[in-house]
Design a protein around this ligand. Structure first.
Ligand code: F6R
Length: 256
């Protein structure tokens, strides 16, 4: 695992966006795994700006998002499909049929999950998977406990996660759907490269647990430590509870 600590959220976000840009310029047909949430908003903003400056071309890119709420249609402003259209897809030259999210309104959710896995396999697999980390230590919506061989499936969101995401639902956790479809930990680990971004002191405790605690299903983000090509980008605030030993192994960029 490569750990990079940047002085602030802006520089950490820019570094994550530049990793996406490198992938897109180095592959003929890049396959990008995407995440939603507040952490990723700046990454997509940076990618849109680069696209406006003609520095990045999405025309041959295929994307697969990690997750989607069950019961929300693509037109629902709180759906992750809507988030992706709003923050990225509507602003760049990506082919609409090359963007994939699990369909949380499918009649048969198990069949939808199986067909999502099949679509990822047909694409040749994900080159680079972006990840955030939730307060429960989840990646995607892999709530504790999530075995490391889990595949795309329907999960029940924990009260902590529904509280974490309540702001997008008028501040009311009861309005956050109880269920979601998510890539499994096993699905995520199959990506050729992982990039986890965490920002802010609110993430410091869970980042320390994920990077220094036991590797196991109670913190699905700990699974990334088993991946051969994984980069973790933190700002100083989210890195603030890491031990001196971990910091010693990190590449630290100090602010001026
Ligand atoms: C979203 C996702 C989640 C988020 C995580 C952090 O697609 O898969 O794992 O990355 O909950 O969310 P934020 O960035 O809002 O703190």
């Amino acid at each position: 695992m490569r750990l990079v600590i940047m002085p602030d959220p802006t520089s950490a976000t820019q570094l994550a966006a530049s990793a996406v840009m490198s992938l897109l310029s180095s592959r003929d047909r890049p396959v990008l795994g995407l995440a939603t949430g507040r952490t990723m908003e700046g990454v997509y903003r940076d990618l849109c700006k680069s696209h406006d400056r003609d520095e990045i071309d999405f025309s041959k890119t295929t994307t697969f998002n990690l997750d989607e709420y069950v019961g929300l249609s693509s037109s629902d402003p709180e759906s992750y499909r809507h988030y992706m259209q709003d923050h990225l897809f509507d602003h760049v030259n990506i082919a609409p049929d090359a963007t994939h999210l699990p369909d949380g309104t499918a009649e048969n959710l198990d069949a939808e999950c199986a067909s999502y896995e099949a679509a990822i396999a047909r694409s040749g697999g994900i080159d680079l998977q972006l990840l955030g980390i939730g307060e429960t230590g989840h990646i995607g919506f892999n709530e504790p406990p999530s075995a490391f061989d889990t595949r795309t499936r329907c999960v029940t969101l924990t009260p902590t996660t529904r509280q974490q995401n309540a702001a997008m639902f008028g501040g009311d956790p009861a309005k956050v759907p109880e269920h979601a479809l998510t890539m499994g930990v096993g699905t995520i680990l199959e990506a050729r490269q992982l990039l986890l971004l965490a920002l802010g002191d609110g993430k410091a405790a869970i980042v320390a647990r994920a990077l220094e605690g036991e590797v196991g299903p109670e913190i699905s983000a700990s699974a990334i430590r088993l991946h051969a090509r994984c980069t973790v980008i933190l700002d100083e605030a989210s890195a603030s509870l890491l031990s001196p030993e971990t910091l010693e192994s990190a590449k630290i960029h100090r602010g001026s």
